[in-house]
Design a protein around this ligand. Sequence first.
Ligand code: WTA
Length: 654
Amino acid sequence: MDYAGVDGRRTDEAAAGDDEEVVEPPAAFSDRAVASDPELYAAFAEEGPEAWRRAADLLEWERPYETVLDDSDPPFYEWFPDGRLNAAANCVDRHLDERRNQLAIRWFGKRGERRSYTYLDLHREVNALAAGLRELGVEEDDVVTLYLPMIPELPIAMLACARIGAPHNVVFAGLSAEALATRIDAADSEYLVTCDGYYRREDAFNQKSKADNARLRADADLSATVVVDRLGDALDVTLGDGEHEYEALVDAHDGEAVEPVARDATDLLFVMYTSGTTGRPKGVEHATGGYLSHVAWTTRNVLDVRPDDTYWCAADIGWITGHSYGVYGPLSVGTTTLLYEGSPDYPDRDRVWDLIERNAVSVFYTSPTAIRSFMKWGAEYPEAHDLSSIRLLGTVGESITPKAWRWYREHVGGGEAPIVDTWWQTETGAISLATLPGVTPMKPGKVGPPLPGIDARVVDEDGEPVDPGEPGYLTIAAPWPGMLRGLREGDERYRREYWLEGEDGWRYRTGDGATVDEDGYVTILGRVDDVINVRTHRFNTAELESAIVGCDGVTEAAVVGDDDGRIVAYVTTRGDVDPDGSLREEIGERLARAVGDVARPDRIVFTPDLPKTRSGKIMRRLLEDIARGDEFGDVSALRNPEVVGEIESTVRSE
Ligand code: WTA
């Protein structure tokens, strides 16, 4: 394990100026919370994996499982291996008896459009699309790539795939043609669902041309492409061979019933590409039974969601948070979920509060990045709205500062609502560390203890638990149901990327540094590998840096994220290159092409050299400190300490 990244810096920062505040769960909340029994922790500890029956039993099984966990071949764990179920049936069909006319999805488009789907509507359209996909040749286990923005057709397509046992491979709509092509090839996917385009603020943006471009680049030949008409007259696209209009396909199969395919619990539900320790994204595979059980359990017990809630997870479905808590979680527990296409400041900075008020949203889940923007814009925006419907708030994706935590509670949660700071990853599938909001006291800035049944430990380089307050590595010492079942890239890669075998068994490495306090509350210090999280997008630094180095004249590059979730690129060039020429623009273009617009650096700092250790490793952590304007330690042991002052003054003067 590369332990080089953990230091005490963020710990001190987290502790500084914050005499630890402990916030008890409000009685009014605890009294009716889904998880209200403090004994849950002890029960999970005593029962071991068997305790997770509580999660699996929230689902409807086509064939009941008997075995909870097969751990005979670690680290290849199988959850509920002899059970069979269908994820779409669990998210749609089983709610029909009790709440067919209840809203399942309320969608708000960027132009003020609205669409609502009851569970019955959802059932009808999922069935029609499932039948349509079958007609186009999609069979069980065929991977279908979905390249769609935040429109109802995205969750509908996910569920249609799940219904026929075809794993989906959702690619975030903002990624580039090149990134899409790589993911189509890597997933061996022959089918694509995309759209004509979507609005980005004022402009109609052509998504189909990106998809066409990807199709040309991909090695694979797509057998069929389905195209949603999002923009109507605003953008005309012509469909070629093998391309089908979504609306026509669904109309042609309207009213047809497609029997949900009973999948083994260990069968693939979806693959999601994410950045890891090396340049190329990895295909994280999630199994049907364990994933859905864990997601449903946490939606109820951590987010406290019930059918009569109106729930809103503001994350994009193109990433894991949107999969687990925008689609599978809320629909598996039968609630009403909000889907919003726009950005939080369009058309106005009160858009989020307007939607909460308009829909009486009771549970709201977002990221610290968003909360920071809300704070910057000012409390007058939430204050102009009636947010009294809010019962619980959640955050995910990065650490939230105690200050932001308090702002969120005060101005959005009416000073009362509990906040769950939830830690998890694409690979963990579902929330893994968080408080149980009706049971566990909160500590602003700390995610909380591991959930019942999650054996998370903060350890040192030898795998020994660290002392309270000491930085270490966050690991998980026992399997959990939502865990990835493997990587698309194969078993060896899976083992190498995530697992360490120690004397007391296998340990999953999260890639995060952390501390733990006397009460077992974990504070996340950030990634210790080459992954950066910016504005809820997860990138590998090498993935971005290799694109930059591909620009003519660039010799080296180092990419970091700063406090405001911006991407900062430090770049060295050949002597004869004028960095004030077109290079800045070229670097931006290059990244947009290789990864997507989301990867354009917000700042490019040209420097004569990058700080390196004597062994030649770029000191990214130091560059991150400089970008954030933080203090940093002694640099005299570097190979080139003189460059640090120079970089610092360039950064300050810009
Ligand atoms: C970070 C997102 C601090 C962490 C669900 C993790 C967090 C990475 C938190 C996974 C949190 C997630 N506090 N850091 N509450 N939640 N992270 O795969 O570094 O996009 O490893 O999954 O986000 O990012 P991913």
